[in-house]
Design a protein around this ligand. Structure first.
Ligand code: BGC
Length: 772
């Protein structure tokens, strides 16, 4: 048993005893009581009496349960639900577990305290308690495996619940529009369908553990530079076909209880007071029934925000200019500016989400965590999500007989983690505790899963390590080994963007020197995402390991030694250099400072109409640019061929069938990708579906994949409708977004759907009709 679990359970027992003592207070009357008498802080009584509290009946639908509570709430109780406090403030609010959000229990009604924890890669706080870190969101996305995304979500959701948290600030779904965005590692790539399906499944996994998950940061928080003030400017139709589509698909797939509105403005209006974004798109057109919570420091008004669709203010006492959703909002209600019905709607939405996720029926409480099992989940994600970018002369997989020089990247200690609110520290602590920065947006955390030790466990030949600081020493070490494996790192974090694509420090020079000393050089990247690789042609192999998570060292070694074959495919295009990007320079980069929100950086406008909906690979095709590696690309230790590709309209759905064959000598996983190009001069291809299949040597499978209908339409802003153009739609079967083996055309008639009744998705369906 783990030491942390023991100490946690002991505290838990104490809490439970205190809670039951507090429950001796009378719960007889549930009619509205005078202000101040209602909220008994920090305790929750076990509820048995369904007659007195009919909303406690788990058989009733969440809407009805929410309505029943609402009816008996006082105005103070309602306002209590409309805000959370910073749970990690100094001093901590009594009862808070020390994470991002806290709201005291309303004992009278049997409503538990809200304990909200970051984030999408695991339970981030308290750091000293620790939790299991998933690899980057980009690793999960690179797996193209919705079931794995669900498993990762369920793992972190279960740890959250067992720590006593009932809300997880997870579900990062902003599209990767720029590889330098400091939070790309929290997101799921550049494609709306892939990001939507992966994030939606992760959310569903979290919520399967009776923890409400957010989806964030709604929307277009695609850069960190000046995030508190910048305006993301984009034509509404382009937004609906790109970033918003990712959110729409994820919400439909995962039903998150909350949507977190972002720091930035959209077309000049702050996201958290943006009527078009929250009321029109989210709540009206998408019929979203959960609640909108603000990001920490993202609220700028009371009435305006409430009327625009914000339902809950997060940690306003610490991060906003004032707590808008207390006195100012009460005053707006008193003056009639905000109707009482809107307050009730806010409350109803919050309650509904708590009931729907099972927060009330299955209260989060401290319990043992099986860290060994959870690490295995993180390991599976890394093994499925690392992307093999290069493997000249099949240097990989390594053989145990080879001697190895392991160089750089703290590979003797552990693997890197991204920084900011999502950073998860292992229960065993930070493997490099003195790594800078130690303060926000640090600490810079390493997971104690050392690649060096994992390589040593596999190699029979000699294994030596050099930390890479002394380049000459590292090169000498490399010259004496059969193979050199160089680990390089790029730390990124919330609140700033990376100034360039270059690897920091002397790492490029280190790789050049090692590659010169040993032609058998493998580079393992632990990066936020794409980096410049001036040395690419001089090394034999490159593995993008992202931030590899709790068992990263083990996973990387297993991939290098072929115990598992790499199967990740890039969820982002890999540029040659910054000149290929829609914005070679990040707007306002020179002016920005790293800061805790809401430190006001100078206001900036970011023109996302440059690429509009053509994000990532669509931009490259549109501009006739050739990236270094395209979206969807990834090697493995075998090869796959496609044949018999055929597309057709079946039951109103565009469907494609084909055969995939493993033509190499090893078992491996393939991800055949279906792209569609709509008729029209300006159209470029869009990912419309994919399969993920494991095949033995010479084995074939016949697969059928359904194109998601949302990728077959364009948004028409004038008519406020989705339109499917008439004509021949080109279907292509891709090994990536740039390499195809099989194409066909399907002629479709014109169709339209109102904005609030978009064609519903196939939500990524692939059927294997048989393997042989
Ligand atoms: C981040 C959110 C996070 C929140 C609470 C903000 O700085 O943008 O993603 O959930 O802090 O920690």
């Amino acid at each position: 048993m783990n030491f942390n679990s023991i100490s946690f359970v002991t505290t838990a027992t104490l809490h439970a005893a205190l809670a039951s003592l507090a429950c001796t207070v009378s719960t007889a009357s549930f009619a509205a009581t005078p202000p101040g008498s209602a909220a008994k802080r920090d305790t929750m009584c076990p509820m048995h009496d369904n007659d007195a509290r009919p909303w406690m009946n788990p058989r009733l639908p969440p809407d009805q349960r929410a309505e029943l509570v609402l009816k008996v709430m006082t105005q103070d109780e309602k306002f209590q639900l409309l805000r959370t406090d910073y749970g990690d403030a100094h001093p901590r609010p009594p009862g808070a577990l020390g994470s991002a959000g806290y709201q005291p229990a309303i004992t009278r009604l049997g409503l538990p305290a809200i304990q909200a924890s970051d984030a999408g890669l695991g339970v981030a706080k308290p750091h000293d308690v620790g939790a299991t870190a998933l690899p980057s969101g980009l690793a999960t996305a690179a797996s193209f495996d919705p079931a794995l995304a669900y498993a990762g979500g369920a793992m972190i959701g279960s740890e959250a619940h067992r720590r006593g948290f009932n809300v997880m600030l997870a579900g990062g779904a902003d599209l990767v529009r720029d590889p330098r965005n400091g939070r790309n590692f929290e997101y799921a790539g550049e494609d709306p369908l892939l990001a939507g399906v992966i994030v939606g499944n992760a959310i569903a996994g979290i919520q399967s553990q009776h923890v409400v998950s957010t989806i964030k940061h709604f929307a277009l928080n695609d850069l960190e530079t000046a995030r508190n003030t910048l305006s993301a400017n984009i034509a509404p139709a382009a937004a609906r076909e790109s970033d918003l589509l990712a959110f729409e698909i994820a919400i439909e797939t995962g039903h998150p209880g909350a949507v977190m509105c972002a720091y930035n403005r959209i077309n000049s209006v702050y996201a958290c007071e943006n009527d078009w974004l929250l009321n029109r798109v989210l709540k009206h057109d998408w019929h979203y029934q959960g609640f909108v919570m603000s990001d920490w420091g993202a609220v700028h008004s009371a009435a305006k925000s409430a009327l625009a669709g914000l339902d809950q203010e997060s940690a306003g006492e610490t991060f906003d200019k004032q707590v808008y959703f207390d006195k100012p909002l009460r005053a707006a209600v008193a003056s009639g500016e905000v109707p009482q019905s809107r307050i009730d709607d806010m409350v109803r939405r919050i309650l509904r989400s708590l009931f729907a996720a099972g927060v009330i029926d299955h209260p989060a409480k401290p319990a043992l965590i099986d860290f060994a099992a959870d690490r295995k989940v993180a390991q599976r994600v890394e093994e499925a999500g690392a992307v093999l970018l290069r493997n000249e002369n099949s240097l990989l997989p390594l053989s145990a007989a080879q001697s190895v020089a392991v160089i750089g990247g703290h590979a003797d200690k552990g693997v890197l983690t991204g920084g900011g609110s999502s950073a998860v520290q292992s229960p065993q602590g930070n493997a490099v505790p003195d790594a800078k920065p130690t303060d926000w947006p640090g600490p810079r955390i390493y997971q104690p899963s050392a690649p060096l030790a994992a390589i040593e466990r596999r190699a029979h030949g000699k294994v030596n390590f050099a930390n890479g600081k002394d380049i000459a020493e590292a090169a000498q070490l490399a010259a004496r080994a059969d193979v050199a494996v160089v680990f390089v790192e790029q730390w990124a974090a919330e609140s700033f963007d990376l100034p360039t694509l270059a690897l920091p420090g002397n790492q490029d020079a280190l790789i050049e020197a090692v590659a010169k000393a040993n032609p058998h050089t493998v580079v393992v990247l632990e990066t936020n995402g794409p980096v410049a690789m001036p040395w690419l042609t001089r090394v034999s192999a490159v593995l993008e390991a992202w931030y590899p998570g709790a068992a990263g060292g083990e996973a990387i070694a297993r991939l290098l030694y072929g115990e598992v074959a790499p199967s990740g495919r890039l969820p982002v295009s890999w540029p040659r250099d910054e000149s290929q990007l829609p914005r070679p320079e990040i707007p306002g980069a020179g002016l920005a400072s790293i800061g805790v929100p809401p430190q006001g950086n100078p206001a900036q406008d970011v023109d996302y109409d440059i690429e509009g909906a053509d994000v990532g690979y669509r931009w490259y095709q549109h501009r006739n640019l050739e990236p270094l590696f395209p979206f969807g690309y990834g090697l493995t230790y075998t090869q796959f061929e496609y044949s018999a590709f055929e597309a057709r309209l079946e039951h109103g759905r565009v469907t494609a069938s084909f055969t995939v064959t493993n033509t190499g000598a090893r078992e491996g996983v393939d991800v055949p990708q279906l792209y569609v190009t709509l008729p029209g001069a300006d159209e470029v291809r869009r990912l419309a579906g994919w399969c993920r299949i494991s095949l033995k040597p010479s084995q074939s499978a016949h697969l059928t994949v359904t194109a998601d209908p949302r990728l077959l339409v364009n948004f028409d802003s004038r008519g406020q409708q989705w339109k499917r153009p008439a004509g021949a739609h080109l279907l292509q079967l891709g090994h990536s977004a740039e390499s195809f083996q099989g194409e066909d055309k399907v002629t479709l008639t014109a169709l339209t759907w109102p904005a609030d009744a978009a064609p519903k998705g196939a939500a990524q369906r692939c059927v294997a009709e048989g393997t042989q």
